[in-house]
Design a protein around this ligand. Sequence first.
Ligand code: AMO
Length: 432
Amino acid sequence: MLRTHYSSGLDSKQDGKTVTVAGWVHKVRDIGKVKFLIIHDKDGEIQITAKKGECPDDVFREISSISRESVVSVKGTAKANKSAPAGMEVFPENLTIVSKAQAPLPLETDPSIKSELDTRLNYRFIDLRRKEVAAIFRIKDVVHRSFIKYMEQEGFTLMHVPCVVAAATEGGTNLFPVSYFENEAFLSQSPQLYKQMLMASGVDKVLIVTPVFRAEEHNTTRHLNESTQMDIEVAFVEDEQDALNYMQDSINFIYKNVQHLCKPQLDVLGRKLVMPDQKFKQVTYDQALELLKKDDIKIKWGDDLTPEAERVLCKKFNPVIVTKWPTDVRAFYCMHEPGNEKVCRGYDLLIDGMEISSGAQRLHDYEKLVAEMKRRKMNPKSFSFYLDAFRFGCPPHAGWSFGLERLTMVICGLKNIREAMLWPRDRTRITP
Ligand code: AMO
């Protein structure tokens, strides 16, 4: 290996020992008889201290000529030094330029220099060398793993479903068509139909993490055309509260894990994570409209909440779950409130003014599902593969979906969702 230690592994135990460290050249400080070469690796920075006459002449000479962001491997003696990064420095005996970086760099890695998001995304591989960017993706990793871990503890099975599909789930206009031999096919907007079909299979508790694709025209700071959904579906529910319990408990678990495992990353981002309450406030859609009216925000009954309305609601309660939505704003598969077809058992979770999750108890009665589809002028024949699952024994079920990038965005305090996606797909961006 070209390294024996990462920056994070250099501590007083290595004092006086020979180590090999490697990484990208951040900067060189030349003060005549001493040269400091700062390299960075995935965990932080390492100071290489070259003293004229003490280190080999060729190493001393070469240090000044290495271009920034070149990859180097340095073998030398580790020494404790309180003023060096992490309290350790390395006195070099041998230096190898592993990969030379061309100059000029297309993107600055110095955190004091601000770069346009577009340039950063074009050179994401360099952007990720900045610790505040790397921190976001370490946090996203912990969010993703914590979700899976929590659901595993609760007895959910992780399953995989197709991304190439024949029918829309969340509305027919937002689909990307794909050429699929002689058939019409689309990229999946959601694993919705499959997770529901699994409820008729006896698996009972399922979790799915998958990319989803939405051909939404709008170019906003909270929408991507390809995003990652973390879904669950659970069977034998009494009502929607059974699924909502998993929602609030998993959010609490994720936040606690991020707090515990990502302290350095939160510090780099200057982020103080406010832990959500153990139990989330719930308001019905009707109550939300009343509350908003007091702040002069008028939403017509039957309309979706605007981003402004979501922000204002979160100023009152954060997080907040909005329940009992008008049936017509939600997808066809949502269960109606008994005795009131106009209202359904759908819900949204809002955190820090943003919709993080959406879900519902579902219609599991075949006749009612077909009737609802017909009411919406949908053709049940196009969904026969899905409807079959309701004809041969399907228990009541409910579920929801977290947008992984949205959740990462609120946890990291980001202003643009593109920051939470390595290579975002938006209205104009399909490369890199
Ligand atoms: P919904 O369409 O609300 O529900 O999506 C679920 C969650 O995914 C995130 N999300 C997005 N993130 C980024 N860009 C987008 N364009 C985007 N669209 C959605 C949001 C949202 O809350 N099938 C249902 C879920 C269910 O009922 O189980 C669904 O997909 O955080």
